[in-house]
Design a protein around this ligand. Structure first.
Ligand SMILES: Cc1ncc(COP(=O)(O)O)c(C=O)c1O
Length: 413
């Protein structure tokens, strides 16, 4: 088994930089923003808390996460929350507890299918409605669930990502409602990965998630890696609703937690507890971050579009997912007939690091790429604060330089 493609590209970027090679880092999905000073202070305050604490998470964190969800129209009790070292291991434990097969959006985040493969479980990709990544097309979901049933391997769950990684798009409320209806018809648990939910670019946009529509059958995961750029703190939470069929799933996830990670780092949990209460300095920091991600993602989409790619307008998070199908004729003489060769060509000839669509479960012959935009903000905190402060961050010289390199490379294809 190879290292997860998203982490592998990060190491490749570092390797190229160390060799003094030029690199435009669009591969790794890290938020790349400074830690808010109040969080640094909160973590320092709790640094002496060195006991393991409760497996399911420290009481203040579970209470704060319950409040966070309840404020979003998803009534939650602290007992329904399980904390973990990131939402990634929590998702793994949830997949393990539910068993397969699991229905995934196609394309979708690299680790869902990989985690199921490690578990020896089947996952099946279901295409999304165009422009609405992260949520399987409800009609196709219905068909896939029927087929699996007929083959005597009924699916256990369907996963959704709102907003989406890799496409950066946000499914409409109508699609989310219809997906929940189909899930109910087939008695599927919905796993709702909402790690980008606080990063919807337009604060006035109406976004709903399965957690709001079907709170009794939905397991929700989130964390602070994206909204507060705390990926390296490794903290995430899952909401596994109580009082019904999911009680054994929560017990099983807690049991896996006890055998794999014992509990997340205690000081991090206590600082995260404060963050989940959504104090004002953090709420405005997230709003600024979201605005920055939106502006730079849209500027990147515009550059890719003017070079001839098809790109859905990003609506949340910090990704765009260009399809270079209109350039196929120009790429054929270079032996580029699918996403792996395309990503390789951009990296080797132009120093542009992206990930091929195939890493996200897309068909290998498609010319799709996952482009992550935050590493354009720069490698120093000074540049990142400047990006957060700028009215037009896409015009800052170091961000413009990255975008110009992309425009030049695609133009030269
Ligand atoms: C869609 C999605 N879900 C989950 C994660 C995992 O985040 P973490 O384990 O840091 O909470 C990521 C990170 O890249 C992601 O993109």
């Amino acid at each position: 088994m190879l290292v997860s493609p998203t982490l592998a590209i990060n190491e490749e970027i570092a390797r190229r930089r160390a060799q003094g090679l030029p690199v435009v880092p669009l591969g790794f999905g890290e938020a790349s923003l400074p830690v808010h000073p109040s969080l640094v202070e909160a973590l320092a305050t709790h640094a002496a808390q060195a006991s393991y604490g409760e497996v399911a998470g420290a009481a203040p964190l579970r209470e704060a996460a319950a409040g966070y969800w309840s404020r979003r129209g998803v009534p939650t009790r602290a007992e329904e929350v399980v904390a973990g070292p990131g939402s990634k291991p929590l998702l793994y434990a949830v997949f393990e507890a539910l068993g397969g097969p699991v229905l995934l959006p196609k394309p979708s985040w690299v680790s869902y299918a990989a985690q199921n493969a490690i578990l020896g479980q089947r996952s099946v990709g279901v295409p999304t409605v165009p422009g609405e990544g992260g949520v399987p097309d409800p009609e196709l979901l219905d068909r896939a669930a029927r087929e699996l049933r007929e083959g005597r391997t009924p699916p256990t769950a369907v996963l959704v990502t709102v907003p989406d990684n890799p496409t950066g798009t946000v499914a409409t409320p109508a699609t989310v409602r219809e997906l929940c209806r189909v899930a109910e018809e087939h008695d599927l648990v919905v796993i709702s990965d909402e790690i980008y939910l606080d990063l919807v670019h337009d604060p006035d946009r109406e976004v709903i998630t399965p957690s709001q529509v079907a709170p009794g059958r939905t397991i929700t995961t989130t964390g602070l890696s994206k909204n507060l750029a705390l990926g390296g703190w490794r903290i995430g939470v899952a909401r596994i609703p109580g009082g019904g069929v999911l009680d054994p799933v929560r017990r099983r996830v807690t049991s896996v937690a006890s055998e794999l990670w014992s509990a997340p780092a205690h000081p991090v949990q206590l600082a995260a507890a404060w963050a989940f209460t959504e104090p004002e300095p953090l709420v405005s920091h997230i709003a600024r971050s979201s605005r920055l991600h939106g502006r730079v993602a849209r500027a990147t989409a515009a550059v890719l579009r003017s070079a001839g790619a098809l790109v859905a307008e990003p609506g949340g998070g910090f990704y765009v997912y260009p399809d270079l199908e209109p350039l196929r004729g120009r790429l054929a003489p270079r032996d580029v007939a699918g996403s792996p060769a395309l990503a390789r060509l951009l990296l080797e000839e132009h120093g542009i690091a992206t990930l091929p669509g195939v890493a996200f479960g897309d068909d290998e012959d498609r010319l799709t790429l996952r482009v992550a935009t935050p590493m354009l903000y720069g490698t120093t905190d000074a540049r990142r604060w400047a990006a957060l402060d700028a009215d037009e961050p896409e015009g800052l010289p170091w961000i413009r330089e990255g975008l110009d390199t992309v425009a030049g490379a695609l133009g030269a294809l």
